[in-house]
Design a protein around this ligand. Structure first.
Ligand code: ATP
Ligand code: MG
Length: 620
């Protein structure tokens, strides 16, 4: 069975069981600014799982494309991808565990449907803990269907529990279905959920039946929902007897293309490149461009990671667009947005790879400047000669200094760590036999760096900002001026719907029905420039969220703020009226005075969905 048949079968199975087949959503979450990409089929349905009525009824099913950047480090193993498709069926206050589990069972095992032999399947069930009892109901249903006790595993909340999405709200146990590949157990503790790859989780049925309260209690929910998710790639793989997703028809042509360009074979590199370029294609097909913030940053990371892995297998030339062709070919009928945007996709890949190449070249030059290789080699030779005579501590000091220099190059010029290390091996290792030592120091620096960037990453998702360079800071402030100007020119119905900033430009989405006229655009632009020229002060004040709202500070609708927020005001504090031009809840950073912005220029105005306009602007 191929993926086309699987999608079709799944949808017709649930259609026969009175489910409305709804379209999959975009990879870009529409109502949820807290997550960068759609991560599961249930994600776009959250409002309905929380009680809103769905126009198509109480039984829904679909196919949803998903991106999970959290799984990026796993890619290369047998079953994890950053881009995958999820089949899903939902009950909104309708059927419950019995129907859901019986249908999962029937679809998986019936001759008419997937015909997976029963002995290949195992299921997991929520084991229960101090707060919530074991999900005996689900266990009983599986047993009555013929799943033997030995194939039912009880796992804790960590594995078999979903939600709540935030601190409080609907949540509940899940029951997961695993396929046993028949591989040898990795240890005596190997069971479904083990990371070794013997068992593949193909389907998950979530039962939303509790409401978690602020006091940490789990109370029965009034509206109970079922939410299920089945991975297309994993299911296709096991149905065809593969023990990994990369041999399926959704990857095989991509891998073949990469192999044709490469000099060496390396399974992990092939898998990572195939996965990342595919994910990048789908992100690009949503018109996202590589950048240093948010979605664009993830995209950049996927592409650059592919290029680095490609280097490992001897691909030196610009190549991503060639692989992208194979991706588009596989999916062109199912996801027409790929073909439709193919020129943009190719162009962006080429541009990003060229940019990365330049960064690398520049990085190498800088490395050359920072590290005097000839000197290093001489010192290394000296050390070797005098080995036994000089204190070991000198050697250590020297090596640790060198590792630090490499890191300086990395941090200052974005030169990838791995390449720094490659460079040092290439130049020094032949001379030096302290290979292990250098690696040790280097790894220590890597750790320190990861620690720092992890902390930075947590910051990022609090503030939503990744790049605090001078240029992007200016664009952040300009965005505040733009929103205030739009509200003054167009009216108070204007709210922020989206914002994206790179070092080169700002992009701002806002609520407004009609296309802006030339005159309106001019007025907005002039107003922003007028405020810049007035050299207004930008003030930041921290206060409780309530107070910020009372002061009518603008916020982003639907955004989840903490109890205390920063409020940025732009205005002349010495103004006798105390007139403030802009007041927004924002994590910052911003410039001190508006004159720092230079000249503001709108470069484009266009639609960005129903009732949403988009402006692009630059600072000159
Ligand atoms: P795992 O534990 O294997 O990471 P999960 O518990 O995170 O899976 P769910 O969130 O329950 O997975 O997603 C539902 C289904 O989507 C899974 O049963 C699986 O078939 C598929 N799936 C989830 N994550 C991935 C991934 N990274 N790559 C491919 N398929 C996935
Ligand atoms: Mg997972």
């Amino acid at each position: 069975m191929n993926s086309l048949e699987l999608r079709k079968k799944y949808l017709s199975f649930f259609k026969e069981r009175k489910h409305a087949i709804i379209p999959g959503s975009s990879l870009i979450p529409e109502h949820d600014p807290t997550v960068l990409f759609t991560t599961a089929g249930m994600h776009p349905l959250v409002p309905f799982l929380l009680g809103e009525k769905h126009a198509q009824g109480k039984r829904l099913a679909n196919v949803q494309k998903c991106i999970r950047t959290d799984d990026i480090e796993e890619v290369g193993d047998s079953w994890h991808l950053t881009f995958f498709e999820m089949l899903g069926n939902w009950s909104l206050d309708d059927y419950w565990k019995k129907e859901a589990i019986e249908w999962s069972f029937e679809f998986l095992t019936s001759k008419e449907w997937l015909a997976i032999p029963l002995e290949k399947l195992s299921v997991t069930i929520f084991a229960g803990d101090n707060n919530v009892p074991r999900d005996k109901e689900s266990a009983k249903i599986w047993q009555e269907l013929g799943v033997s006790k030995e194939r039912i595993y009880y796992l804790p909340k960590k594995d078999n529990w979903w939600g709540p999405a935030s601190q409080i709200g609907p949540c509940g146990p899940c029951t997961e279905m695993f396929y046993d590949t028949g591989k040898k157990e990795c240890s005596s503790n190997c069971k479904p959920g083990c990371g070794c790859g013997k068992y593949s989780e193909i389907w998950n049925d979530v039962f939303m039946e509790y409401n978690k309260t602020e006091e940490g209690k789990y109370l029965p929910l009034e509206q109970k929902n079922v939410d299920t998710g089945m991975g297309v790639e994993r299911t296709i793989a096991v149905l065809n007897g593969f023990d990994n997703v990369f041999e399926t028809e959704l990857f095989e042509p991509i891998i073949k293309e990469i192999k044709a360009l490469s000099q060496r074979e390396d399974q992990k590199a092939l898998r990572v490149i195939a996965d990342h370029i595919k994910a990048a294609c789908f992100i690009l097909s949503e018109n996202i461009e590589p950048s240093n913030v948010e979605k664009g940053y993830i995209l950049r990371r996927l592409i650059r990671r592919s290029v680095r892995y490609a280097k490992q297998i001897g691909i030196e030339d610009i190549f991503c667009h060639k692989i992208a062709k194979a991706v588009i070919e596989i999916y062109k009928d199912v996801y027409p947005e790929l073909k439709k945007n193919q020129d943009f996709i190719f162009e962006q890949f080429i541009r990003e790879e060229e940019k990365f190449k330049k960064t690398l070249e520049k990085g190498l030059e800088e490395l050359e400047r920072i590290v005097d290789w000839n000197d290093e080699i001489l010192k290394a030779k000296d050390l070797i000669k005098s080995k036994g005579k000089i204190e070991a501590v000198d050697i250590e000091k020297h090596l640790s200094n060198l590792a630090k220099k490499l890191f300086f190059a990395y941090q200052s010029y974005g030169f990838p760590l791995e390449l720094s290390f490659e460079e040092i091996e290439r130049r020094l290792m032949r001379e030096l036999f302290f290979k292990e030592k250098i690696r040790k120091y280097f790894n220590e620096e890597t750790k320190k760096h990861q620690e720092l960037s992890r902390k930075g990453g947590e910051q990022k998702f609090k503030g939503g900002l990744a790049d605090h360079s001078e240029q992007t800071t200016r664009y952040h402030t300009a965005t505040h001026l733009l929103l205030a100007a739009l509200r003054e020119v167009l009216g108070d119905h204007v709210y922020q719907k989206g914002s994206n900033i790179t070092a080169e430009r700002l992009r701002f989405d806002f609520s407004h029905i009609a296309k802006l006229t030339e005159e309106e655009l001019k007025r907005v632009e002039n107003l922003v420039n007028q405020k810049i020229k007035q050299d207004l002060e930008v003030n930041c004040e921290e206060m409780p969220l309530d107070q910020a709202k009372k002061q009518r500070a603008m916020g982003v609708f639907g955004e989840k703020y903490g109890d205390r927020v920063k409020v940025y005001s732009i205005g002349d504090s010495s103004d006798s009226l105390g007139q403030v031009f802009s007041k927004e809840i924002c994590a910052g950073p911003h410039v001190k005075r508006t004159l720092e912005l230079g000249k503001f220029k709108i470069t484009k105005e266009e639609s960005s969905g129903a009732g949403i306009r988009r402006i692009r602007a630059i600072l000159e």
